[in-house]
Design a protein around this ligand. Structure first.
Ligand code: NAP
Ligand code: ZN
Ligand code: ZN
Length: 349
């Protein structure tokens, strides 16, 4: 066991405070990583407040992890000490079910998530990336190209793959009109990917002050979603809308903007359900409402390599870990440009 330190919520809604704990002894197939940076996802906030229910406290959040390999188990061949690596939302899965066989480990019923989830072998609570060090099975560790800036890469491990995966799955490309709802961590990556894939991209925001940034990040047009007239101008015109909003809202506002056979894809996970959408809006144009969950390991590596090749990374604000509670307050006010990333050098062992 290795003694390490992180920041944890000790109980529901508690502010994050320093927390000493142990990482497991390295197994033959494990990689030990010295964490350099960890992104701050809205899911971290939902879970420390137990907004989805069933949270296992204490919670050390963090599933946008970037660092350097500091030790490897004897059966590990594809990583060496000093390699730049990443870990996202998943740290294990069963490896044998049809989801695992299809490289969709995120849907495995036995998936082990990076924190607030039992470890596969011992059942102990997993602790995430707001910490100095982590030990992860090699199959769940990603390679990071030397071309990528490490701090700006951390958010790709969740915000990146969560937006890349649905855009790929629904074959978004040239000729498609795509909406991205919400300009936060996920939304700003959604803009970058939809633009890179060649779509015509419209950002829907509740914050007019973000319009200029949205265009720089890849939006061809910006719509203020609280302005009924601006919304009406886009009725029945979208092939695909990716909705990243972290709060319940009226989905009819977006289903009505879809063309025949258009798709509204939900990735935001609010604490309370959205009001039921008006079914006739779906029926009369064969529209779909769908959901998507992060992405599998193979696709996450593909996304990281795509980012290295195309010079894509996250727009970040770096913070010392001591400012994490203030950062959470800013995320809750939709005041993040566009992802907080913790510099773990600020955490003394
Ligand atoms: P975030 O940085 O807080 O961004 C969410 C954005 O949504 C805000 O910046 C804001 O953008 C907009 N928004 C917030 N409250 C709103 C409201 N009441 N009405 C309308 N718009 C609102 O959050 P994030 O880290 O991107 O995460 C977004 C959601 O996705 C969270 O629920 C998170 O748990 C979930 N998530 C899901 C997955 C998955 O696999 N499906 C993965 C990661 C995260 P504007 O200011 O532009 O309006
Ligand atoms: Zn996340
Ligand atoms: Zn499985």
């Amino acid at each position: 066991m290795t003694q390490t330190i992180g920041y944890a919520a000790l109980q529901q809604g508690a502010p994050l405070t320093p927390f000493n704990f142990e990482r497991r002894e390295l197994r033959a197939t494990d990689v030990q990583i010295d964490i350099l940076y960890c992104g701050v996802c809205h899911s971290d906030i939902h879970q420390t407040r137990n907004e989805w229910g069933g949270a296992l406290f204490p919670i050390v959040p963090g599933h946008e992890i970037v660092g350097k390999v500091s030790k490897i188990g004897e059966a590990v061949t594809e990583f060496k000490i000093g390699d730049n690596v990443g870990v996202g939302c998943l740290v294990d899965s069963c490896r044998t079910c049809s989801d695992c066989e299809d490289h969709l480990e995120q849907f495995c019923n036995k998936a082990s998530f990076t924190y607030n989830s039992p470890e596969k072998v011992t059942g102990a609570n997993n602790y995430g990336g707001y910490s100095k060090q982590i030990v992860v099975n090699h199959d769940f560790v990603l390679h990071i190209s030397d071309k990528l800036n490490l701090a700006e890469t951390a958010p790709l491990l969740c915000a990146g793959i969560t937006t890349y995966s649905p855009l790929k799955h629904w074959n978004i490309g040239k000729g498609d009109k795509v909406g991205i709802v919400g300009l936060g961590g996920l939304g700003h990556m959604g803009l970058k990917f939809a633009h890179a894939f060649g779509a015509y991209v419209v950002l829907f925001t509740t914050t007019p002050a973000k319009a200029e940034d949205a265009k720089r990040l890849g939006a061809d047009e910006v719509v203020i979603s609280t302005n009924a007239e601006e919304m009406q101008a886009h009725l029945g015109s979208f092939d695909f809308i990716l909705n990243t909003v972290a709060a319940p809202h009226n989905l009819d506002d977006y289903t009505l903007l879809l063309k025949r056979d258009g798709t509204l894809c939900l990735v935001g996970v609010p604490d309370h359900p959205h009001a039921s959408p008006t079914v006739s809006h779906l029926i009369f144009k064969r529209r779909s409402i769908v959901g998507s969950l992060i992405g599998g390991l193979k696709e996450t590596q593909e996304m990281l390599d795509f980012c290295a090749e195309h010079g894509i990374s996250s727009d970040i604000e770096i913070i010392p870990i001591q400012e994490i509670n203030q950062a959470y307050q800013r995320v809750l006010k939709s005041d993040v440009k566009y992802r907080f990333v913790i510099d773990l050098a600020s955490l003394e062992q």
